[in-house]
Write a protein that binds this ligand. Structure first.
Ligand code: ATP
Ligand code: MG
Length: 260
């Protein structure tokens, strides 16, 4: 829409001038507000987004070379997996359900709704969002096919037998540290997307992509597409060379450098 010489975009009846220095960030916020309005995002999810935003600011709001390296490693790990799975929460669905569903369908990686603040209503709202984006099947909603992860407080341990429970590789974006630690203890390869390189999730995952999920998902789709034509030896070698600790240190040093 054009008003005078200023270009605006409309979201939730909020006019966002495209010239605003935080225009992309404001758009992302509005997506979360919409997700909250339809019951997919929890109050706590809105607060967690604030923590992410602050790190995004410090990272320069772009995909760094460290994030790109981690996205490539994640693509290798997902292509080598026997039973990969993507864990979806309210924030993730609100921010990138189209890209998630595209990835899930193109590469045959199932989606499981798995919530820290679980309610039936929120689970259904998230599943509805994913189905609106084209998902045919969403795991994690049928109590009959669910079981429990050990070592977690009862309301947070539910997982789908056909999904996270049997998976060898789990992509858990925007996840909590306790749950990440429990997946690692169960010997699953854990990939996360987290803007905070210091969080327990980032520190305990095998591959930590320090970047905003909205930038990661389109890139991951593209890299998976490119890498699926590569030989297994290429994927193995990439993973062998990838060092998550060094990669995290790279992001932390980059943030440190951005202060000076
Ligand atoms: P941990 O439990 O791992 O120590 P935490 O308690 O600080 O982390 P949680 O609320 O458990 O935080 O997890 C949410 C994580 O998601 C935060 O680390 C936050 O930085 C990150 N985050 C929020 N929004 C985004 C986003 N859009 N893209 C990537 N990461 C995000
Ligand atoms: Mg936490």
């Amino acid at each position: 829409m054009i008003l005078g010489q200023v270009f605006y975009s409309m979201m939730n009846n909020v006019k966002i001038p495209l010239t605003h220095p935080r225009s992309v960030s404001l758009h992302i916020r509005e997506k979360l507000v919409e997700g909250f309005r339809i019951g997919a995002v929890a109050y706590e999810g809105l607060i967690a987004h604030g923590r992410g935003e602050s790190f995004d600011y410090l990272l320069g709001e772009k995909t760094t070379k460290y994030a790109l390296d981690a996205i490539r490693a994640a693509a290798c790990q997902l292509l080598l997996a026997r039973h990969p799975i993507i864990s979806v929460n309210g924030n993730v669905a609100a921010l990138c359900s189209d890209d998630l569903v595209k990835l899930s369908k193109t590469f045959g990686i199932p989606l499981e709704v798995n919530l820290f603040y679980r309610t039936d209503k929120r689970e259904k709202a998230i599943s509805k969002m994913l189905k609106k984006s084209g998902a045919e099947k969403v795991l994690g909603l049928d109590t009959k096919s669910c079981t429990s992860l050990p070592e977690l407080a009862s309301n947070r341990r539910r997982v789908d037998i056909e999904g996270i429970y049997k998976a060898d590789v789990v992509l858990v974006p925007l996840e909590d540290g306790d749950r990440t630690e429990s997946l690692v203890k169960l010997k699953k390869k854990v990939i996360t997307v987290d803007l905070n390189p210091l969080s327990r999730t980032a520190q305990t995952s095998h591959i930590s992509i320090i970047d905003n999920i909205v930038r990661v998902m389109p890139l991951l789709n593209q890299i998976l597409f490119d890498f699926q034509k590569r030989k297994k030896s290429f994927l193995d070698n990439y993973l062998k060379k990838f060092d998550n600790k060094k990669n995290l240190d790279g992001s932390i040093n980059l943030i440190r450098g951005n202060f000076s």
